[in-house]
Design a protein around this ligand. Structure first.
Ligand code: PXP
Length: 239
């Protein structure tokens, strides 16, 4: 079955922030995307607020909280914000100052494991599904299970940046193995980061893959083709 598509709208907000006015409006883009069958709207509220803002989350949750997938760091501020608006799901991601984009999956050691478990518990008790963004390592899938995550989002950064076909095939196999393991452990599987028209199909075809979260490549294509076309083209590529 073709996985769901989560459209990440961060970079529509990047464009808006460049001028400090209200256009282009990422929430308007989300509404358009939903009419075209996009399943989830994904947004990352960063500590530096470089793109998406709290009011975007508020407006999206007012439309339909269930389709909102909030990416956030494991901080007190973000935990409070998630509890305030209660999006349908949250993906906990690592966040470092000055990074251009998320640089990989969570590094889960004994200390972070405890704080991730505490955050996951709080969010789940508020009716929010919790996803952990992890690298495609079986150990991290097992740790996600221990932490109590509902979902793992397997990071496709290395896969999408692979320099040759054999490395790409090896990384695809690792994603596939982690998907099988997660399913065995009763965890749902998403993937994302760096996916585009050329590389999304193989990830979409992984057994058990339920959702691809894609932002940059769709928004970049939309500059030339328009957002509706860029979305439909990606849906077609994922089949
Ligand atoms: N999933 C996660 C957890 C991310 O941090 C990002 C980047 O914000 C994406 C998916 C989407 O990546 P891209 O914009 O490269 O499609």
């Amino acid at each position: 079955m073709t996985p769901c598509l989560g459209l990440n709208i961060d970079h529509i907000a990047t464009l808006r922030q460049a001028r400090g006015i209200n256009a282009p409006d990422p929430v308007q883009a989300a509404k358009t995307a939903l009419t075209l069958g996009v399943d989830y709207i994904v947004l990352h509220i960063r500590r530096d607020r470089r793109h998406v803002q709290e009011h975007d989350l508020q407006r999206l949750c007012a439309i339909n909280r269930k389709i909102v997938h909030l990416e956030m760091a494991n901080t007190k501020e973000m935990c409070e914000m998630a509890l305030k608006y209660a999006p349908g799901s949250v993906c906990i991601v690592p966040e470092y100052p000055n990074e251009l984009t998320t640089s990989g999956g969570l590094k889960i050691d004994a200390k972070t494991e405890n704080s991730l478990r505490a955050l996951t518990g709080k969010l789940k008790r508020a009716g929010i599904k919790v996803s952990l963004f992890i690298d495609a390592k079986p150990d991290d899938v097992r740790k996600a299970k221990k932490i109590g995550a509902d979902i793992v989002e397997l990071c496709t950064k290395d896969y999408s940046e692979a320099k040759n076909a054999s490395l790409r095939a090896k990384l695809l196999e690792e994603l596939s193995m982690c998907s099988i393991l997660a399913k065995e452990l009763g965890i749902r599987v998403h993937s994302g980061h760096g996916l585009n028209l050329e590389n999304a199909a193989d990830v979409a075809a992984i057994d058990g893959m339920e959702c691809l979260n894609i932002g940059f490549s769709i928004i970049a294509r939309a500059v030339f083709t328009g957002l509706p076309h860029a979305i439909l083209e990606m849906r077609e590529a994922m089949k």
